[in-house]
Design a protein around this ligand. Sequence first.
Ligand SMILES: [Zn+2]
Ligand SMILES: [Zn+2]
Length: 314
Amino acid sequence: MNIDGMKCSRCRKPAQHRLPSHNARFCDRCLGMFIRRQVEKAIKEFDMLQPGQKVLVAVSGGKDSLALWQVLLELGYRAEGLHLGLELGDGKFGEASLEASQAMAQRLGAKLHLFNMAQMAGHSVQQIAWANKRAFCSVCGTLKRYYLNKACLDLGFEVLATGHHLDDEAARLLGNLVRRHQHYLDSQWPTLSGAPGAFAKKIKPLCRLRAAEIKSYAKSQGWEVAKGECPRSKGATLPYYTEAVRLLEERMPGTSLNFYMGYLEDKGGPPPQPDLTQRCSVCGMPSYAQQCTICRFLENTRRRELGKSGASQD
Ligand SMILES: [Zn+2]
Ligand SMILES: [Zn+2]
């Protein structure tokens, strides 16, 4: 479908996609080229990967991670997928995510590794959140980071790529600035260096691309993608910042890229390596306390579950 008889800014053929942030219009082919260029640029600019390097892509089944996986392969990286099943109490959301990830693996002829977070932790996110009296989303996020990292190291990959895009990063930056979360501001960078046996290197190659641009790309490719929000994400504040960034972008195209890249430029470089000298006495991962957050979470959950089964036997 052609938009208003417009021509592609690159090849002058009929254009299907409008990219206001770049004041451009593209046909399907040139949009694909644009997406690959932006990913290549981010990879170079933030020292993410060496040519042809092995990389594990966290694949949720949504458009972002699917696009990331395909583009990394097209750029010549040896990219395999990792799907971490979350079981968030809505079977359909989980199923659609897994199916879309598997369909993509087949289309790409690439390997997809399947993990299940509840199995890895021994408890569901809900059980862990209850036992620790914490908000569901924050517990889920902490667990996800820990187990994605663990799965990556267990599979022997040094680099983990996630599908966070510019809207995600700009919204997170805005939220951290508004709430003056200095600790999070300090660690916000599209590449976080790894350490052997402790942390995989974390990269966000889509950090120059807007959600709408990736959506257009996914559409032009005709993929089945898992749609919808996480069924448990009500009450999270990030969507308000995402909305704010989108509004600014709508009124002033190009704002989010300037805002995010400008911030990184002022900052000058990635955060320093985390302290690796102290380790968790249970799992051996770097930790400031004697036990890391995850192992403390799990111990509290075990205790609560034991207490419950003990009480029911009386
Ligand atoms: Zn074109
Ligand atoms: Zn631990």
